[in-house]
Design a protein around this ligand. Structure first.
Ligand SMILES: [Zn+2]
Length: 121
């Protein structure tokens, strides 16, 4: 009998090192932004030190505010879809309304004539 592992991530705690890399931030920027000593920030980023509850809240705010969220939205199932940010793990709900035009939506007014690579010789 196999046990099913619940691999859902804990929300709120980001893997800081890759996150900072993606945002183009240094640990120094991060420390300044959070108003914590550089060494403290380095402990969190490089040594996996878990911030205090206060700092965790601060950190989550900072990450949420700074993150260039990359939402991956689940297959619509009802009026609400759940989106998870691939960068910070933040979860939010998206309404499946008509306002949302997916990236696959065809722009209106464009012709379907594809320009072919071959020239008519
Ligand atoms: Zn994010």
């Amino acid at each position: 009998m196999r046990q099913i592992q619940n691999r859902s991530k804990l929300t709120g705690m980001v893997d800081l090192k890759p996150w900072l890399g993606v945002q183009g931030l240094t640990v120094r920027d991060f420390a300044l932004g959070l108003d914590v000593p550089l060494k403290t920030a380095e402990d969190w980023v490089y040594r996996g030190v878990v911030p205090s509850t206060d700092n965790q809240a601060k950190l989550a705010d900072y990450v949420h505010a700074r993150c260039a969220h990359y939402w991956v939205i689940a297959v619509p199932n009802g009026p609400i879809s759940e989106g998870v940010c691939q960068l910070c793990g933040h979860v939010r709900e998206f309404t499946n309304s008509t306002e949302y035009a997916g990236p696959l939506a065809k722009p209106l007014g464009t012709t379907d004539k594809a320009v072919e690579g071959k020239s008519a010789a």
